[in-house]
Design a protein around this ligand. Structure first.
Ligand code: DQA
Length: 143
């Protein structure tokens, strides 16, 4: 089962960026743990600070992979284009956020992505990603 984790802008700074909100682990370290925990899955990750590159990656894998986990960072709240890309592809997408966006500024309460996603996982720190991957892992065993 092929699962891609997509991280958007500023998420390359995890571990160094506002650690009181986003924690002090780098995503690279966390991703290694995920790979160990889900050895049966073919897990890959992609990060970009550029909206067009995120779109290109969604188009590239979105008709062949079994699942996509996306944290689009601030583009979540601004990008009609990423929402449209998720609507356009056939691979199911789970939206994740590290912080509880609903407990933060009002502009973070709206997502252009959620409507097109299989589900949304918010506010569990980096564990939000594990819960999303678990959703796809459960689907693979129930097939
Ligand atoms: C975030 C929440 C967004 O509002 C913010 O712009 C981010 C990270 C999160 O994972 O909590 O960059 O997506």
């Amino acid at each position: 089962m092929k699962i891609l984790i997509v991280n958007g802008p500023n998420l390359n700074l995890l571990g160094r960026r506002e650690p009181d909100i986003y924690g002090s682990n780098s995503f690279e370290d966390y991703f290694q743990q995920l790979e160990n925990n889900f050895a049966e899955l073919d897990l890959t990750m992609f990060q970009s600070n550029h909206e067009g590159e995120l779109l290109d990656k969604l188009h590239e894998v979105g008709f062949s992979y079994d699942g996509i986990v996306i944290n689009a960072g601030a583009y979540t709240h601004t990008s009609v284009a990423i929402g449209d890309a998720i609507a356009a592809i056939s691979t199911p997408v789970v939206e994740v956020h590290i912080s509880n966006v609903h407990a933060r500024e009002a502009f973070r309460h709206h997502s252009y992505l959620s409507k097109h996603c299989a589900g949304v996982i918010v506010g569990f720190g980096l564990e939000s990603y594990r819960l999303a991957v678990q959703y796809f892992a459960n689907k693979s065993t129930s097939l």
